[in-house]
Design a protein around this ligand. Structure first.
Ligand code: GL4
Length: 837
């Protein structure tokens, strides 16, 4: 149906063209209008939450107008678009970000004050959009910010989970999970009830022969679930460009009820069908770096991938271009292997629905996709059982087998001598049951594969994907080191530091070209600048101290050294190394005379992070941290020399308070296990130093800021394998200091010894897979160096300023430009900033 307004009537439309608010007055009138009409309230019952809603709606209105213009511009120019497929988008709060990106925060601040509200309190009302687990999901959110800010034509596609990552409560020192129902009122999304796609599951495949004697597959039967689009506008910083994040929600295809069943009196089962359909997009799986092969997860993946591809193909077909131009118009990035079924789905569309030949279709597919690998941990590499795929997606399984057949045939032709090679690279693992290796499928189906930091990209080429480098050549594999958006992670989280920097860099250009930061290195000796720098850090620490008091009930001294480790709890990230180190510090302090103690550097050890609900070891680590805190924080010998705090429910908005307040943060994964890390970048950008292993992006951070400005320790990735081998087959001597720590835990100093036995025996009796003992001595020594360095505040501040000045490389803008040039082949669509924007 042609839905556009005919030419003669367009004049009326143009006459009434809507525009967003232009100034404080306009803003206030929009807020009042939304309070009184959209929310049906008045000044007599407008609380902070209503003010938040109305303020958000006023900004949303502006965003959607820019969104419309951006989409029209992109459609008109019809240049190549990027589609970023990610099961996770960890967006955090939207209002503050929208105000800053649009450049109207001051307007809103003044307007809200006129109406009787403090902007900070209004911002605080917002519930985080937490549709992600950790780094992988937050990276996707930073990418959206950069794509819009750099004016790239790009869409994100994801799932609209009804429940985001669970809320973490700490009860008696243990993690308790509470559902995160966040959609009560979400002003940032636009339901598109007219944009729906029917998604098929189960059924069977029938083959027929067409008039040309070609075999055609028909996927028939099974059940249909409906995907409904919800659009979230993504504002660029200092540009009118507003991109789209489209999230799919599942619902029953036949509407509210199955009327047949309803009329037959089977009301309950008709409602049950509806609920079953809605289950698909109900919950985010709470695992980071772990895949568990659940059927519902596979359903989520196909549901989301099929709806997104239908949308992308529909948009392409409107241009009436020939199919071979598809990869010139469309780039699709697979954020990890989660969307790999998209490779198969596009091949199915081209083959079964559009009638292309296999080779022609496959050529289009492989030129369209790029695949980013985010982990080398074996337990995180996705595999789906063949019987499960056969049952859920029978036609896709056939196509997977064909993809594999043609791939293996070509490998065999080129490497006839290497019989083992075929089994190693096959997309199908010959296990019981057979499994589909999603990473192999993603590599074979893409034209580029990238890792997320230099070490990680080298590791995938030399270990897990080595054979594929032999087959496809080294050029298919590349590195794009992760980045973070300086808008949220500097300007929004640390407004005073951002202000101070802009006073020296000549305005806010560093927020669009982070290399501009290097200008502040000129002021490293400037007394007033250094003083302002130190004052800001102290103020940020005071703000965090207040939060610690309010949420954990612990009083901390803001002048103590704040030592922070916030990230998902995982054995490979080694929060256990940190807490064992804290216990060692405690024992050392206890053994000192009061005079000696006075000479020690006071510290606050701050932890935060969620454990996957089924990850028992990670939960024991949380319990140990809380148990140590309880003892240490109440020990009068210790006082302010050491405090141990576990902050519950770490999320994006808490990160914005915690990160700017850190003096030293811990990035201490076993070398070779953390693909990149991105919080390491956030901490340094906010004027905190880091202690870390030679892992992930720590290595590149060191190269940029200089090795004098970082505290590195521990074994190297290249030695890990030998050490593990030695643990298993040689004698394994535990570090004596660590042994003292274990003995203290076993004495019951921190409560129930039984609970912590597994943490100790993992190191002592089960091969110490994560090398906690091997790195312990080096860790403790390096922490002592941190104390010494911190005592020399003048030197410390010099290190901090120098480091920030050299962090330009880690902007997600640089990262997105590298993807755009090296992988997606897309160009920005330049736009002039309009007046009032
Ligand atoms: C991760 C990595 O663990 C993390 O190092 C990386 O920074 C992030 C984004 O590339 O991806 N991989 C998985 S899985 N979860 C992550 O956070």
């Amino acid at each position: 149906v042609e839905a556009s307004i005919p030419e003669p009537q367009r004049e009326a439309w143009l006459k009434h063209q809507v525009s967003g608010f232009k100034d404080k007055d306009g803003f206030e009138s929009e807020v009042v209008r939304h309070v009184e009409t959209t929310l049906a309230r008045s000044m007599f019952n407008c609380d902070e939450s209503a003010a938040y809603s109305a303020c958000s709606l006023a900004f949303r209105d502006r965003l959607i107008l820019e969104w419309n213009r951006t989409q029209q511009r992109q459609t008109f120019v019809d240049s190549k678009r990027l589609y970023y497929l990610s099961l996770e988008f960890l967006m955090g709060r939207a209002l503050d970000n929208a105000m800053l990106n649009i450049g109207q925060k001051d307007t809103a601040k003044a307007g809200l004050a006129d109406l009787g509200f403090r902007i900070e309190d209004v911002i605080e009302q917002e519930h985080d959009a937490a549709l992600g687990n950790g780094g992988l999901g937050r990276l996707a959110a930073c990418f959206l910010d950069s794509l819009a800010s750099l004016n790239y034509p790009a869409w994100g596609y994801g799932l609209r989970y009804r429940y985001g990552i669970f809320k973490q409560e700490i009860i008696d020192g243990y993690q308790v999970e509470v559902p995160d129902y966040w959609l009560d009122f979400n002003p940032w999304e636009f339901p598109r009830h007219d944009v729906t796609v029917d998604i098929q599951f189960f059924g069977h495949v029938r083959k027929s022969t067409d008039e040309n004697g070609r075999t055609v597959a028909h996927w028939e039967g099974g059940e249909i679930v409906k995907a409904v689009a919800y659009d979230v506008p993504i504002p660029g910083y200092a540009t009118p460009s507003t991109n789209n994040l489209r999230l799919w929600s599942s619902t029953a295809a036949s509407g509210e009820f199955d009327f047949q069943k309803f009329n037959n009196g089977d009301y309950e089962s008709s409602v049950a069908d509806q609920q079953r359909a809605e289950t698909i997009s109900a919950v985010l799986y709470p695992n980071d770096n772990l895949e568990r092969g659940k059927e519902l997860r596979l359903k989520q993946q196909y549901f989301w991938v099929a709806a997104s591809l239908y949308d992308i193909v529909r948009r392409f077909k409107k241009s009436k271009r020939p199919w071979k131009e598809f990869p010139e118009q469309v780039a699709i990035q697979l954020n990890d292997t989660h969307p790999t079924l998209a490779v198969v789905e596009l091949q199915r569309i081209l083959l079964d629905l559009e009638g292309l030949e296999w080779d022609e279709a496959w050529n289009i597919v492989t030129n369209t996709f790029g695949y980013t690998n985010h982990t080398v941990l074996p337990e995180a590499l996705e595999k789906w059982s063949v019987p499960l795929i056969q049952h859920l997606l029978p036609r896709h399984l056939q196509i997977i087998y064909d993809i594999n057949l043609y791939f293996l045939q070509s490998v065999e032709r080129r490497f006839p001598e290497e019989r083992d090679l075929l089994g190693r690279v096959s997309i199908i693992e010959e296990s019981q049951p057979k499994m589909v290796r999603m990473a192999h499928l993603a590599i074979v189906g893409s034209h580029k594969v990238n890792g997320v930091a230099e070490l990680h990209s080298d590791l995938i080429k030399t270990t897990i994907f080595k054979d594929f480098v032999t087959i496809f050549g080294p050029d298919k594999f590349t590195n794009v080191t992760n980045g973070i958006t300086p808008r949220r992670w500097l300007h929004q989280a640390n407004p005073r530091l951002s202000e101070l920097i802009s006073s020296k860099t000549g305005g806010k250009d560093f927020l669009t070209d982070l290399n501009e930061l290097n200008k502040i290195e000129l002021y490293v000796k400037d007394k007033a600048f250094r003083k302002a720098w130190a004052d800001i850090k102290l103020a940020n620490k005071e703000r965090l101290a207040k939060h610690i008091k309010a949420s954990a009930g612990v009083t901390v001294d803001p002048t103590a050294l704040f030592d922070v480790q916030v990230k998902r709890i995982h054995e490979y990230k080694r929060q256990q190394l940190n807490i064992f180190g804290v216990i060692h510090r405690y024992l050392t302090l206890k053994a000192m005379s009061p005079e000696e103690r006075k000479k020690q550097q006071p510290r606050v050890s701050i932890f935060g992070g969620k454990a996957a609900p089924g990850y028992w070891m990670a939960k024991q680590i949380i319990h140990l941290i809380n148990s140590v805190g309880k003892v240490v924080n109440n020990d009068e010998d210790i006082g302010d020399l050491l405090k141990v705090v576990f902050l519950e429910d770490y999320n994006v908005s808490k990160a914005e308070i915690i990160i700017p307040a850190s003096d030293i943060s811990e990035h201490i994964s076993t070398a070779g296990t953390e693909a990149s890390g991105t919080s390491n970048m956030k901490f340094v950008l906010n004027g905190g130093l880091i202690i870390g292993t030679c892992d992930g992006a720590n290595i590149e951070i060191t190269r940029e800021i200089g090795e004098n400005n970082i505290f590195l320790f521990g074994n190297l990735a290249e030695d890990v394998e030998d050490l593990r081998h030695a643990h298993t087959y040689g004698t394994h001597e535990i570090d004596p200091d660590l042994n003292r720590v274990f003995q203290e835990i076993e004495k019951g100093t921190f409560g129930s010894t039984q609970d912590f036995a597994a943490l100790i025996s993992a190191v002592r009796d089960h091969g110490d897979y994560y090398l906690v003992s091997d790195d312990f001595h080096s860790y403790i020594e390096t922490q002592a160096l941190v104390d010494d360095a911190y005592r020399n505040q003048e030197e410390w501040i010099t290190k901090c300023i120098t480091s920030v000045a050299r962090m330009g490389f880690f902007s997600s803008d640089r990262c997105i430009n590298e993807y755009a040039e090296g992988i997606w082949n897309i160009e920005p669509l330049r736009v002039e900033k309009e007046e009032g924007a």
